[in-house]
Design a protein around this ligand. Structure first.
Ligand SMILES: [Zn+2]
Length: 208
């Protein structure tokens, strides 16, 4: 009897990207952090919305443009309400929008720190010889998939590589290439541990 343990990992990126801005108060390039507060400026039919960032050293502010010169009719009332009340989930979503940030600032520092919550969703622990890990991310991270797996499973990246070369580790989609790229929403990793002496420790670490 052998079986696959199905485990879901909910990955929550901890630190939002930080734009590097020439701070005119510090007179030097400094990291700016989201304050979690929006500024909504309504002028007749036109609306501008920014997410306010602050210099980590001097608290000087910088505005990250969310809507600029937008027609009021084009913004749903519920969205406007969320912006005006500084809805934390909405502020977090914009703060993690690294593509939009990079369009407004030349340099943005990305972070790889994440919290991982593991939940067993199927299979029998006693007979398990393989793992299937499903990744769920609410926000993008710059953490590479092989670093995530190595850190969470307690095994080296070279061993992950060796497992992949022996076709005992498979990533869907994108195969082995995905190991060296940031961990992404919806990726599944299958690892055959039948021949691994420390199988039980790896399964425990995976959340089984
Ligand atoms: Zn400053």
């Amino acid at each position: 009897m052998f079986s696959t343990l199905l485990i879901h990992w909910t990955i929550t990126p901890a630190t939002a990207p930080q734009p590097l801005i020439n701070c005119n108060r510090c007179s030097g390039v400094k990291a700016y952090r989201s304050s979690g507060k929006f500024r909504v400026n309504a002028n007749g039919k036109r609306i501008d919305v920014w997410l306010i960032y602050r210099c980590v050293d001097c608290d000087n502010s910088w505005n990250f443009g969310i809507f600029e010169r937008c027609n009021r009719r084009d913004i749903e009332p519920a969205l406007l309400q969320a912006l005006e009340s500084n809805d934390p989930a909405l502020a977090r979503r914009h703060a993690f929008d690294i593509v939009a940030l990079r369009n407004q600032v030349g340099r943005v520092e990305a972070f790889a720190d994440v919290a991982v919550r593991k939940r067993l969703v199927g299979g029998a622990r006693q007979t398990a010889t393989a793992l299937e890990l499903q990744l769920g991310l609410d926000m993008p991270t710059s953490l590479r998939l092989d670093r995530l797996l190595a850190g969470e499973l307690g095994i080296s990246r070279s061993r992950l590589q060796a497992l992949e070369e022996r076709r005992l580790l498979a990533v869907d989609p994108d195969g082995a290439k995905a190991l060296r790229k940031p961990a992404r929403q919806g990726v599944t990793i299958r690892i055959d541990l039948a021949g691994e002496p420390d199988r039980e420790a790896i399964i425990r670490a995976a959340g089984g």
